[in-house]
Design a protein around this ligand. Sequence first.
Ligand code: ADP
Length: 138
Amino acid sequence: MDKTLIIFKPDCMKKLLMGTVLSHFEAAGFSVAGCKMMQLDSALLREHYAHIADQPFFPEIERFMASEPVVVMILEGEGIIEKVRDLLGPTDSTQAPAGTIRGDYGETVMINVVHASDSPESAQAEIKRFFSDSDFIK
Ligand code: ADP
């Protein structure tokens, strides 16, 4: 079954929107295959956001992502990677259409509710980054 890695970002946690957002994923037929709460640190964020770690706005992203414990989740379902990205809408919440998660609940290009893997390769790497074998119920 296809899997993706989701992070309910600090704005989502602070606004008590995790359940609301998760209900969108569950309504689409996706189920939870792993879940944990984490305080993200600088080393993990630099690895996770390696593709933008040299951008001038990266320190702000780092501060934002470490500002509140987050919930990291593995979701599974047919074609889930693309479908979850469609449900989220584009990165910039101000450009995201109404009816998408970022369009309805996001604030800015940075404060945008949820992270979701963007390809099968990144999903596999991100699941390995955030979860270990001992996190799963056998
Ligand atoms: P996505 O999360 O949609 O895959 P990216 O991988 O490009 O987008 O960026 C990772 C995260 O970094 C975004 O979700 C957002 O929180 C933040 N971000 C991206 N671009 C900017 C920007 N220009 N200014 C501030 N934050 C940004």
